[in-house]
Design a protein around this ligand. Sequence first.
Ligand SMILES: [Zn+2]
Length: 348
Amino acid sequence: MPSGPDDVAVLVAKLRDVGGDRLFSQDARELSDQFAYVAGAHPEWFAPFREEVVVTELLDGFGPSFADQCVLLHGASDRCVDHLTAQLRRRSEFGDQWALAAIGTPAALDAVAWHVRNGGDREFYEECGVWVPPTGPAQYRFTPHRRAVFLHQGATATELAGATHPVGLPVDAVVRDPDRTPISWHYLTLRLAEVPGMPDWPVEQVHLISPRHWWDWSLTARFDEHGRYHSERVVAPEQPAEYDEDDGDLDALLPDDERDALGWVDLRPYDGDLVYCNGYIDLTPGVVGTAGGPPVSIYANPNCDSCGRLMFHVVSVEHRVRDYGDGRRSLFICEDCQLVTCNATSWN
Ligand SMILES: [Zn+2]
C-alpha cells in the first residue's frame, strides 16, 4: 500500500498506463483498492491530484466506490465541476456523475441539480444517496464521515443491557407493542451521536431490526419517546417457498448458538489497519459494515413514506452481524417526519 504522497503520484501515473483495460484488469482492481486505502487512511495525500484525475479524464479507471470518491474528490475545484458539467452536456457517463456528486461543493451540488432538471438520471443520484429537491441545490442524504462497524460476540445479558451499541436485544425492548409487531429480530442498536454529521434526532438510539422475511424487504416505523418502534409497515415481495413464514420458520433455520448470539459493536474511524477490497472493508477481521457514508450505491434507496424526500442513510451491515436472512441490512431515517426505515438487499 502507498506510504506517502509520492506513492500516490505513482498510482495516478499507473492509472494513465492501464488505459483501455482500466475497468476490468487485475491491475485496475489492485489500483482501485490502493485508492480506497488512501481514501480511508490518508485522503490528504490525494488532494494535489484531484484536478489531474478529473480534468484529464482518468475517472474510468479510478475505481473506488462512490463512498471513497466522496472522500478523495471532496472539495475539488470549480474547474473540475465545469469540466464534468461540459461532459454531461454531451453524454451521461456514470463516472462523471459520481465524480460531480462526490465533489460536494456548492458549485457541484448546483450542477447535479441542473443535470437532473435537464434530463439527467434522478435515480442514479438517488442510488448514491443524493437528493434533488424541486428547487435549489442537490443535497447529501448521508454524512461523508464513515465509521467501521466491528462486531464483538459473546456478551452476557447484563453486558448487553449496558452496551452502547448492543446486538441481539429482545424484540420487546425495541418495539412498543410486542404482541402485534411484525418485527421478529434485532440486529443492532446504534447511538446516532457517535457518527459525525448525522441529523438531529429526538431519541438517542435507532434500531436495525428485521421482520420475518429472508431478504428484499423494507420496514418503516415511527417511535415513541423511548425510541421503541410502533406503527410498523412492511413491504416484501413473496418469498421463496422454503423461507415462507407459513411453510418454514426462519428462526428454525438457525443453529442454536447463532439464534442466541448476543454481543455489541463498536465504531472506529477508517484507518490504515482496515482491509480495502473491491469497494468494501468487510474482509477486515471483525468488521461487519459501515456506519455513516453514502448507502451501498447500487440499489434504490427509500424515499420517506410521509414527505417523499430521499431518506438519510445511517448504517449498512451484513446479515451476519446477527445471522438472520441473507444479504445487506441498512437503516435510514427522515429527520423531518421522524420515520425510520430498515431494509434488506441481497449481495452485489
Ligand atoms: Zn419525511
